[in-house]
Design a binder for this molecule. Structure first.
Ligand SMILES: *[C@@H]1O[C@H](CO)[C@@H](O)[C@H](O)[C@H]1NC(C)=O
Length: 805
């Protein structure tokens, strides 16, 4: 508390008289760019990777896409099960259950017999995700001289020749039988580790019969690993792929907690409170007693996730199958070396093992891997290559200057070095200073380095700029992205200068660095709207001070002329019926999606600095299409044939346009039906596709759905944008037709269920309700307004609670 009072006073005394604002935080040395640029060019060989243009980065990343992105083939489990636990088989079966795919998936054991059958299955392509192949050398195996080479050869074939996603299920030797322990020791290095990318560790969960409490988390962890493996790769500077963008993970006013315990178990009592304030946990490997044991390190990380799960309310969802994992606390995996404010040995041997530890972090499916930027260039490059080719982890390039003050040119170079020539997703540089007068140095150097990078066409990535110690406290206040913090619930004094997230937010609020913004839903007759509850809950969970209200007017001009709109505090709005089009003349910048759809459902106010003054600019987005696109892309993943798959869109209003836009992004062809066909024809003009004049199987005009599908097409999707009262029903012939059932998406969210949804559910179709669209487009709005990940579970549950009532 003392440090905090001191800090507030300090900031008021030092900065308030000058008038503290973003403007006063602009670096004084921006004008020295050219000079800095030359210096930085000269010294920029630090990690020995040549600069390439922005375009090259992008092609490189797309070509080397994480090989498991969009993965649709079987999963392979390698390892040794215990006699009573039968861990590999249990995990395999859990996957089929969780993906609702008992029908599609199979679990096959590769044993001595039946092998030919297994390869036939594989070659016949009947064996696909979420099927599981098990290569178990565990207790149930007869030990046999050929065992080792048998397992080695088959693992190699599956991993190298087939390119399958292989997971090593590492069951602790303490629950294995004597001969299995021996076999495991022989197989571990050259088979299990060599031929797998991920690893899950099991100590004794599932060993004791009916101890389902413990086992549940192992199944969860297995799902999480597979979800990470299949996740879209993180692209540096990417601001759109919200499932894995550093821009949101390391977003504005996000915090991570540096765990300084030597045993992760000691953290358990504090986790509940800590999770209220932070967005990620830093797993400081160098501080852990067990740092030399791969099993213990990975297992410890699993424990940490397990402790956090019930409280991980700020987490953005992690897509898995057709749902999301909502209770995952992201982990930053860090091995801090001695000369960088850590404890890991930094001699040659230490650095070699440090790189090995980092690769273990990748095997554990970490969200963020902290890579110190000052070490061996070859080792660094090979780690970055491996991460980029096979994993979805984000790379945080880091450097800590301890015990000496460097000048700003060198500081800029460090930031540049940490970008790994555009391969890092975020950078973190921590400096030391001698006097408080320099406490903006890290901030300024970070800003300059970002400008230089932009001039070189490098991606715009989150920058964490800090100064060590109490003298650097202010640097933590003005560092908005992913600030490392301590927590008030922890019993020991934090490292000098460490502040808590709530201290930092309080100071930002008091000094006007963070101001309370007003948001609203703009519409007419919107008393029913659930948006105020949903966004209110999201702001509360992320500890942002903003407010969200209803603004109910019949004419959009009443809004534009209101004090609310004109106020300095106006941060943005959700826009709904009937104002989605009429608001457009008042928007300064309309995004491409909103232009194509022809309506705006989200306003964002930005204060932009130009010609020596701040100007208010209103941006207009459309997130309605995201609300349709996201759930459907999870349900349809990888199974769309853009030649023969169709979507039928009912209705021709604004939401139908968003639906057509989403369908075009999903790669299906569109069929439109509307009572007034001429309105449907306008949609077909904008987005392509065909109009039908009836939903009956046949039509005299030759323009029925059947006619368009012909013999070859298949109807994969029906999206209804009609009101619940429209009386339009799915015709019998569609309900009874052969082939894959279509998915029915009804955008109505009140009532919770509609006649269409009931019909489809009765026929056994997959359905998506309007409530899901509501929270999915809402998370999109939240991300636009706050530039950080949305608390997915909170938003979803608030909508469901209010829709089900
Ligand atoms: C496996 O590799 C590790 C690390 O390289 C080594 O310490 C260990 O002795 C190896 N085990 C066997 C059985 O070869």
């Amino acid at each position: 508390m003392k440090a905090y009072v001191f800090l507030v006073l300090n900031i008021f005394l030092t900065y308030i008289p000058q008038g503290l604002s973003f403007q006063s935080l602009m670096p004084s040395s921006v004008s020295d760019f050219t000079n800095l640029r030359t210096i930085s060019k000269r010294q920029n060989k630090a990690i020995g990777i040549l600069k390439s243009s922005k375009q090259q980065y992008e092609t490189e990343i797309i070509n080397n896409r994480n090989i498991f992105y969009g993965y649709d083939r079987p999963v392979v489990l390698l390892g040794c099960s215990s006699a009573t636990g039968d861990e590999l088989t249990k995990l395999a079966e859990s996957l089929l259950l969780k993906t609702n795919s008992e029908k599609l998936g199979q679990v096959v054991h590769i044993k001595h017999q039946g092998l030919t059958d297994v390869w036939q299955l594989i070659e016949g392509k009947t064996f696909q995700w979420p099927s599981v192949l098990i290569l178990d050398a565990g207790d149930s195996m007869e030990s046999n001289v050929d065992d080792i080479s048998f397992f080695n050869e088959h693992a190699r074939k599956l991993y190298e020749d087939m390119g399958y996603l292989c997971v090593y299920v590492n069951v602790h030797s303490s629950i294995l039988q004597e001969n299995t322990i021996e076999r495991k020791a022989k197989l571990e290095n050259d088979t299990f580790l060599k031929y797998s990318d991920y690893e899950i560790c099991i100590r004794d969960e599932g060993f004791v019969k009916d101890d389902t409490n413990n086992w549940e988390h192992i199944e969860w962890e297995f799902s999480r690993l597979l979800a990470r493996a299949k996740l879209i790769p993180a692209i540096p500077g990417d601001k759109e792929q919200s499932a894995n963008s550093a821009h949101l993970t390391m977003g504005q006013h996000t915090f991570f907690l540096s765990l300084s315990f030597s045993d992760v178990k000691e953290a358990e009592p504090y986790v509940e409170e800590m999770c209220q304030d932070i967005d990620a946990m830093e797993y400081r490997v160098d501080l852990l007693q067990c740092r030399e044991s791969r099993f213990d390190l990975l297992y410890g990380m699993q424990l940490l996730r397990k402790y956090c799960r019930p409280y991980a309310i700020r987490s953005a969802g992690l897509p898995f199958g057709d749902t999301l994992i909502e209770d995952n606390m992201p982990i930053v995996f860090t091995v801090r070396t001695k000369n960088q404010a850590g404890t890991y040995p930094d001699d040659d041997k230490g650095i070699t093992t440090m790189f090995e530890l980092l690769s273990w972090g990748l095997r554990g499916g970490v969200e963020i891997l902290d890579v110190e930027s000052g070490w061996d260039a070859t080792k660094t490059t090979s780690l970055l290559n491996r991460a980029q080719e096979r994993y979805s982890s984000q790379i945080l390039g880091s450097y800590h200057v301890v015990g000496k003050q460097i000048d700003i040119e060198d500081a800029v170079d460090l930031f540049t070095q940490c970008r790994f020539s555009g391969r890092a997703h975020g950078v973190k540089v921590v400096l030391s200073i001698e006097s408080e007068a320099k406490d903006r140095m890290a901030y300024e150097a970070g800003l300059i380095a970002s400008e230089l990078a932009a001039m070189d066409g490098e991606p715009d990535i989150p920058t964490i700029s800090l100064i060590l110690g109490e003298v650097g406290q202010f640097s933590r206040v003005i560092n908005f992205a992913f600030t490392p913090v301590t927590h008030q619930s922890l019993p020991f004094a934090a490292a000098p200068g460490q502040l808590t997230a709530s201290e930092i937010l309080t100071v930002r609020l008091l000094t006007g660095l963070l101001t309370k913004q007003q948001y609203c839903i703009l519409g007419h007759n919107i008393a029913y709207s659930v948006s105020p509850q949903m966004h209110g809950a999201a702001f509360a969970a992320t500890k942002l001070p903003h407010e969200y209200t209803r603004f109910d007017v019949s004419s959009v001009e009443d809004f534009i002329e209101s004090e609310f709109f004109k106020s300095e505090d106006f941060g943005g709005a959700s826009v709904t019926i009937p104002h989605k089009q009429s608001i457009m003349p008042y928007v300064d910048v309309i995004t491409d999606a909103a232009k194509a759809i022809g309506s705006v459902n989200t306003l964002l106010v930005k204060k932009e600095f130009a010609n020596d003054e701040f100007k208010r600019v209103i941006y207009g987005y459309n997130t309605d299409w995201l609300g349709i696109y996201r759930p459907l892309s999870r349900l349809l993943q990888n199974s769309v044939d853009s030649e023969s798959d169709y979507a039928l869109i009912l209705g021709a209003g604004g939401t139908a346009r968003a639906a057509a836009y989403a369908v075009s992004k999903l790669g299906l062809k569109c069929i439109y039906y509307n009572r007034t066909p001429s309105n449907a024809a306008i949609l077909a003009d904008s987005f392509g596709g065909s109009v039908v004049d009836t939903l009956e199987e046949h039509s005299d005009s030759g323009k029925s759905v059947c006619d368009i599908l012909g013999g070859k097409g298949s109807l994969r999707l029906i999206i209804s944008t009609l009101p619940a009262t429209s009386n339009v029903l799915i015709p019998e012939w569609m309900l009874n037709s052969d082939g894959i059932n279509p998915i029915l998406f009804d955008v109505c969210y009140k009532p919770y269920s509609t006649p269409l949804l009931e019909q489809a559910e009765k026929a056994g179709w997959r359905v998506v309700r309007g409530s899901e669209m509501l929270w999915e487009q809402g998370t999109g709005q939240f991300e636009i307004w706050t530039e950080r990940g949305a608390p997915y579970g909170i938003m979803k549950n608030t909508v469901l609670k209010n829709c089900l009532e």
